[in-house]
Design a protein around this ligand. Structure first.
Ligand code: CU
Length: 122
């Protein structure tokens, strides 16, 4: 795995873990359903971003290497098979720049768009 992607993935997954703990607490505290739903949607979006980083890493490493050594076709079949269960990964209607951005740019976005007002992460 490319070190900067690994670092980005670990950071995002740990943030998601804290966010999820916050949502569990909201349910435990019987918070207003639409408020919980908003946080669940934010978590889904965060997980989709994690998957996109994994996809980018896979394309830049495993797939590139497979194509270089003449085994690209099988690698692409395998990838397409895994994408069947990841419809959000190939749906860029609401996120057209998903695969084109640099990692540092994505980090900045994490802090701005994934904050949970009213729920403290412990
Ligand atoms: Cu890979």
């Amino acid at each position: 795995m490319i070190p900067e992607y690994q670092e980005e993935l670990l950071l995002r997954l740990k943030t998601i873990k804290g966010h999820l703990a916050g949502v569990i607490k909201m349910v435990d505290d019987e918070r207003y359903c639409p408020d919980v739903m908003k946080q669940v949607a934010a978590l889904q979006s965060s997980l989709e971003r994690v998957n996109r980083i994994l996809l980018r890493n896979h394309l830049e490493t495993c797939v590139t290497e497979a194509i270089r050594t003449g085994n690209g076709s099988a690698k692409i079949d395998e990838l397409l098979e895994s994408l069947r269960f990841n419809s959000a990964l190939t749906d860029f209607r609401h996120n057209g720049d998903a695969l084109g951005r640099g990692v540092s740019e994505m980090s900045r976005e994490t802090c701005e768009s994934e904050a949970m007002p009213g729920v403290s992460e412990s």
